[in-house]
Write a protein of this length. Sequence first.
Lengths: 78, 269
Amino acid sequence: MEKIVKFEFQAKRDILHFFNKDINKEGYVIEKDTGDIVPDTTGEPIEEKDFVGIRNGSLIFIKSDINSIIELSDSLTS
Amino acid sequence: MGFLETLKSIFNIEKINIDLSIVKIIKNDHSKKVEVKDNNLIINVSKSIEEKDKIISEGTAFQGLEEGFTFLEDGAVEKLEDFQKYDQSDATRKPLGFLKNKIPSEDINIWRAALYLREHYRHKDHKLTTQVKREIRQKYGDKGGNIANLCSAEYLENFLEPLYFNLKEQYEAEDEAIKEFKKTYKHVVTELPFTIFVSHQSDLDGIKKEISKKRTYGHRHINIHGIGSGNTKTIENLLEELEENTEYKIKKQVKEEGRIFVRLEYIKK
């Protein structure tokens, strides 16, 4: 597999910080500067437990469910 | 300077002349701040306070994205590799090749997920099977759940494929056969006109109502499927009640490996 930066579960918040994101009290991914909730590709908020990565294309947040994994797989092979 | 070179520069390891293939970000108290092992750059963020600030202030992670890197948690990497292994196998490619251009394009990913689920079901990975089915249903609603169940019960091979080949014999033009196939396909995946999948939420009264409802679709048979001891018991209880019923007869009953299949035939009056 090429061009993957792997990170441990424990480093999840550090990765979000790298992209100026954070987690709010309710457990959702937010913009660090404004506190605005960051949506996934379907416009839904992303819970910290569901967040598993970020890919290019207007900063796409990847969730752990099978549907997101299929989208990710297609984006990596296209 | 590219993303990997920038990272090397931030961690002062520019002199290490190795072609890096993998970047791994870890977080613990016992590993070194940074390490290069077998072409892997391993960064321990719990010991890299200044370097983390630099990555943030210089937008290094964004640079990585722009260069096509994807940041992915270990568990997701495993899940991705597992999915790709099945998705690229003949067990998935062949049925998908059949379905392509015969079903709505938006259904293809449901079938990919359903075929992945089926492989794990066959390998008795029930935890993953339950999770994937829930995720399919969450995104695609009842149709997603129906396709997952139809796929696991092999309706693709035993119903949809024979249906298409029969239609192809029936119609001279392939377009016509596909058009007819699409109609039946839509009916089958949205209504389940002759199939009931018993779940832990099903009760006897509900199943009986469903049987009556499906009768209105005009099919001669109705197939009832159940997986697991609880659902098997529910179906066995149903069969006991149906023995006294004069509207249906039990045409077929198969119970194996924790699953049960029953075919009921409507009795003409």
